[in-house]
Design a protein around this ligand. Sequence first.
Ligand code: SF4
Ligand code: SF4
Length: 387
Amino acid sequence: MSYLRSLSRRQHVWLAATLLSMIAIVAAGWILEPEPDEAAAVSLTLEMSIRQIAPALGTTGLALAKELDLPRSVAKDKPLGELGIDPQQFDEVVAHLLSHRPTVLKYYVFTALTLFGLVWLMRLGRPDGSPVAERKTWYPRWPYLAALTVAVGLCGFALGKSPNPMEGAVKLLKGMVGLQPSIPAVVWAFVFFIALAVVGNKLICGWACPFGALQELLYSLPLLKRIKRRKLPFALTNLIRGGLFVLMVLLLFGLVGGKKGYVVYHFMNPFNLFALRFETLSILLTVIIALGLALAVYRPFCQLICPFGFVSWLAERLSLVRVRIDHSRCNTCGACARACPLSAAADKIEGKHFGADCYSCARCLNVCPQEAIAYRSVFAPPSDRPA
Ligand code: SF4
Ligand code: SF4
């Protein structure tokens, strides 16, 4: 733990205050978590109507009808048994909708992990007074890997599928076609996730999203290093990701396909992994392919599919704290571009306004011989080192 010993007294105070704040945030979430209302779900039967069942599952009548493969115009007061629903289909739909019930605690864990990422990147990664010759010791990987492990374990497997950033983006749109029971709730969730992407550049994706973290951990394994040097062209990956998002909107609003309420991401939602429920073969294949590819390709699901990845890429333009290059110091040696698993650092050197996503992974922050790169507020000068 030589890194911890190398931190200044002020940094130790920052570290202690951050860890205490994280504990307080998670404890608050623990206290505020409502009691689960499983009893209501257990007592649901086929003798009940859509109108009676939907509120108990935290959904709308339209959404429940869709899950049951019934038309939107189906009689919502008729018992489900009379609508031809069999017990097995009913049980599967109930289990699926229950897996979407968000835990309040998870919002607090997301906040705590994001806070840690922000403080680590801004105050703790580089020991105070450490000269540039020691830059290889800056930003050691283990605190990041520890945070990612917590994200996978706690925000993923322990607390289940919902909420998650991808769902935050999709539910907002579903709410516009009557598939969500509470518009304020979906707007709040979306604003929450976007805020955590804006406070520090895509911090929620880089540090707290459980599926993003799982891909990052797999990519961090010291395997297939030659393949990792090749990067997917951002123009192509973003075209696929953005195209899928536009297609989703067109299908959801019934502008294409004539099936209003159809959610294409439902068939490729890898967050099902954390509920250990793969309702369709396509979901299982999405998880297997994304995690298999993640051994060699940086965050393939985030780059190619995730709707929140796309939306937060747009929101990155507003990020208050981010990787910044001091162009007066940068000699375009390309060290950060080589360290970056995407073309984000190269795009920053070129000054592109709509460059590739940056996941705040810190790989570029300990390679620059010119001290031209730092994780800083957009309101501060790009570098505080003497010129
Ligand atoms: S882009 Fe990746 S990290 Fe971000 S929400 Fe989607 S899956 Fe998670
Ligand atoms: S290495 Fe790339 S993705 Fe990671 S923080 Fe730097 S610019 Fe962002």
